[in-house]
Ligand binder design. Structure first.
Ligand code: SF4
Ligand code: SF4
Length: 62
């Protein structure tokens, strides 16, 4: 089972909460926006989805 975390850059305000909460360091900040640079490490826990107040993150099973 694999998961694909995606950030909607138009919604991301760069708060970095998702960077801090992800247990496997999927996200890194690039030019003030979160990017799922290590997406292949995603566990599907959805902690990032819950912490993002902007609703910018979706995680789908692939
Ligand atoms: S928690 Fe949401 S708004 Fe904050 S940096 Fe991550 S994607 Fe952007
Ligand atoms: S679902 Fe969990 S493991 Fe995947 S990116 Fe979000 S916080 Fe990280």
């Amino acid at each position: 089972m694999a998961f694909n975390p995606v950030v909607d850059e138009d919604k991301c305000v760069g708060c970095e909460e998702c960077v801090d909460v992800c247990p496997v360091e999927v996200f890194e900040m690039v030019d003030g926006k979160s990017n799922p640079v290590n997406a292949e490490e995603c566990l599907g826990c959805e902690s990032c989805v819950e912490v993002c107040e902007e609703g910018a993150i979706t995680v789908e099973e692939i």
